[in-house]
Design a protein around this ligand. Structure first.
Ligand code: PXL
Length: 294
């Protein structure tokens, strides 16, 4: 039986765990073949380091996608993240339109910023284009900053410690129920962190949470969205996938903080990867290259 296959459109940052250095190992551990379409090579990520190199791979994106088309490659999922330029966002939208077919899950992590501010490389135009890209998604995974940018709302109005309001925000972000939403960083109780999930299939929003690790780490958003994607591709429901992602991310964050490692080096998930290799529950449907398998 073939295993599911996902195209991953993210940057490759050599040092400081994030994007593809998280996406590839996580999807592989979860039994999903990951086919990266790297948008750029950076020596490090852009948070906590200065003077990073940036090799723009935009020119490679359309030819690589065209080659995959000629070879007849198909995908069970398309998962996108950090974008380096406006053009990359538009090429990623083209990729989704070209490769989407029934049974292909499109997950857009609308990576744009944190703590109420866009990342320094994101212009207002890029944020608007990211909104258009996110409109093509089956599932989006914004944090509060990205949710505010997508809705054109005030960041300060999104109170992450008010779970009922967060459930409403998640629904608000669903484009009237056309896409599912996993709003991250919600804190339903002291010492807990998780997500408000609007599931378009169930037309319902639910909360998932896990223990909050005391301290911020780079790459936790990418880790959460990667586990969520792997779990959805394995056939789990949105709430099950978000619960697994919250639990795994919390465990990795606690592990990293206990080692007292430099924050900018990112969340140390490697020692815990084995936890993701277990099979989905009996009877779970795995969608594979357009066919359903038990
Ligand atoms: O984790 C998101 C991310 C991905 N890729 C690069 C980044 C960031 C966040 O700063 O800089 C290059």
């Amino acid at each position: 039986m073939p295993i599911p296959r996902a195209a991953a459109i993210h940057d490759l940052s050599g040092f400081g765990r994030c994007s593809l250095t998280i996406v590839i190992p996580v999807l592989s551990a979860m039994g999903v073949q990951c086919c990266p379409l790297p948008t750029a090579y950076l020596s490090t990520h852009t948070g906590g380091f200065t003077g990073n190199t940036f090799l723009d791979l935009t020119d490679q994106m359309a030819p690589a996608a065209a080659h995959w088309r000629r070879e007849g490659v198909t995908f069970d999922a398309i998962y996108t993240g950090f974008m380096g330029s406006l053009e990359q966002i538009s090429l990623t939208a083209d990729f989704i339109r070209a490769f989407r077919r029934p049974g292909c899950l499109v997950v857009v992590d609308p990576v744009m910023g944190d703590h109420g501010r866009p990342y320094r490389t994101y212009t207002a135009e890029m944020c608007r284009a990211m909104g258009e890209l996110a409109a093509l998604a089956d599932v989006i995974t914004p944090n509060a900053t990205e949710a505010a940018l997508l809705l054109g709302a005030e960041y300060a109005d999104l109170q992450l410690d008010r779970p009922e309001e967060c459930r409403l925000w998640a629904r608000e972000l669903s484009l009237e129920g056309r896409r599912s939403v996993v709003l991250t960083g919600v804190s339903p109780a002291e010492g807990r962190v998780g997500a408000a999930c609007f599931d378009r299939a169930a037309d319902r929003s639910e909360l998932v949470d896990a223990p909050l690790a005391a301290g911020e780490l780079h790459g936790t958003g990418d880790l959460f969205a990667s586990v969520l994607t792997g779990s959805l591709v394995r056939g789990q429901s949105l709430t099950e996938a978000a619960a697994l992602a919250a639990d795994f991310t919390a465990r990795c964050a606690a592990h990293t903080l206990a080692q007292n490692l430099p924050r900018r080096e990112g969340v140390e998930f490697e020692p815990l990867l084995g936890r993701l290799t277990s099979r989905p529950p009996e009877g779970g449907q795995v969608n594979c290259h357009g066919r359903s398998h038990n």
